[in-house]
Design a binder for this molecule. Sequence first.
Ligand code: ADP
Ligand code: MG
Length: 616
Amino acid sequence: MNAAQPPIADSARQPAPPASGSTGNAARTRMLVVGIVVLAIAVAPWIAGNFTVSLLNDIGIGSLVALGLVLLTGIGGATSFGQAAFVGIAAYASAWLTTTQGLSPWIGLFFALALTGLSALAIGALTLRLGGHFLPLSTIAWGLSIAMLFGNVDALGRHTGLSNIPPLVIGSFSLADPRSIYYLIWALVGLAFLFSWNLLRSRPGRAIRSLRGGAILLASVGADAYRVRLTLFVTAALMAGLAGWLYAHMNRFVSPSPFDVRASIEYLLMAVAGGLGQLAGALVGAALVLILKNGLQDVLPMLTQRAGQLEAVAFAVLFILLLHFARGGLMGFVRRITRKKQVALRTERPAAVEPLAGRTLPARGTQILSVKGAVKRFGGLVAVNDVSFDVNAGEIVGLIGPNGAGKSTMFNLLTCTAPMTSGQVRFLDKDIAGMPQRAVARLGLARTFQHVKLRPHMSLLDNVALGAHSRTTAGVLKAGLRLDRKEEAQILQEAQRQLDRIGLGDRAHEMAGSLPLGTQRILEIARALAADPVLLVLDEPAAGLRRKEKMELGELLRKLREEGVTILIVEHDMDFVMRLVDRLVVMNFGSKLVEGVPSAVRADERVQAAYLGSVA
Ligand code: ADP
Ligand code: MG
């Protein structure tokens, strides 16, 4: 997903919400702004005219859909051009049930959400594995076909749609009037925002925010990127569904055109205009687009008789201008002004709670990893040729060799990132060859990456907290409803503990992207440690580091060994590993050349020849 992002998704800044309860001026300012907005929304119907109230209702409904898109597209990185179809499925579902079956709109709500959720599940299962531009293209395809379906089914009134939809009724109080449904709409908008806000500050939220880092990053912490994306897709669809249900019972009439691809693009435009990186962008964007649209509808007829077509042109121009000049949308602009201050102000540490349950580590000296006769072929090339070695608990083993020796390939085989041609890898007495990478991660094999995979716009604390994914369980619903707070506090405490362990505890709230490369490498180690691993595997951790950074890294690894962490380090830099490891395995041209303690390996002529050969 990360390689070929569509331009809209690419442009969005990842949100960087504070990880825990906020303190300081920034949080107070935010509360104040939220308070003012809530108050303004609450009093608006008393002072505004009918037209404005209806417009505000539309904005509320639009912002529900846009909120789903901010989550899905802005944060999850999956662009959807078909969101209006989910609005339509829910609107038609409730419309059909209440008009033809005579059931209550409240039963309609359940039916609408169930149908929308199931449709999203089915569509998502079929399309979310598509990479790059194929996913957005597929959303256009199903967006078109679902809208077409509405116009061609007799039971749904074909192109004339369904009318006489009953209004919502609470007790004996009818919400037929725009002023009376207003509060229901905005209460639901408020709840949806609260849900999303909670979600982003949680275990599933961190996984969602890491989706752009790619499936391998998520697998390395034991998460399934496809499942995370599918859950997110369904969540966004349900928000659209809620909007659709409100739409049907507010307008009391549905027809196909408000749910076609053009409407989907308008929703996407709302999210982009408001700012894909921020939840508030959904509300701001919906207001911006709908007010502008209303303005255009007043002005354009004065200029031309083809106002409808001109409106589409005006929106297209707006879209292009946005992508050129304001990719972060309005809220992105606001954020840029306020962010720096916020980071500087945050110094609080997570609350002290009962720690997360840990693994019982194998006794020092027990064999934990055993590679036997590993072979990997790439066509005719044998990258790893019959390599065998073991790693015992409590030691640091170095896997070294000149460039092209097959170290990275070996690394991929034993972390199950790539399938083995033949051979065996046993980890904790389980045959892991052929297991999915995330399953191996869950067993307690944690890794870092040669090319650092961190989420630059997430805080250090959040990046490390992601590492504890497989030790915890909270899902989207629990997180959104804040039923995960105990576990979440444990995760944050664990992340802080690992940050302290690597010496970055004071910088927990800084953005990972602001760190120099050497420090980012060390941060990856903290993320790996947050998984409470049995074995830590590092791929060329010293590559690209300056001398001082290498020394610091060496010190850290020695300290970890003293604390009982077992480490397998794949490295090109011989000097770096010599002073660090207990044992070395040297590879050359895919085969194991020598194995032994550093002094013996250093003295070995074959090793010297191999390294000299590669340097020359
Ligand atoms: P090292 O990490 O020791 O530098 P690698 O494991 O990256 O070595 O590469 C070992 C050999 O396998 C090299 O000749 C490399 O070109 C080849 N190789 C690695 N990955 C692939 C791949 N995906 N497809 C084809 N050849 C590969
Ligand atoms: Mg390599």
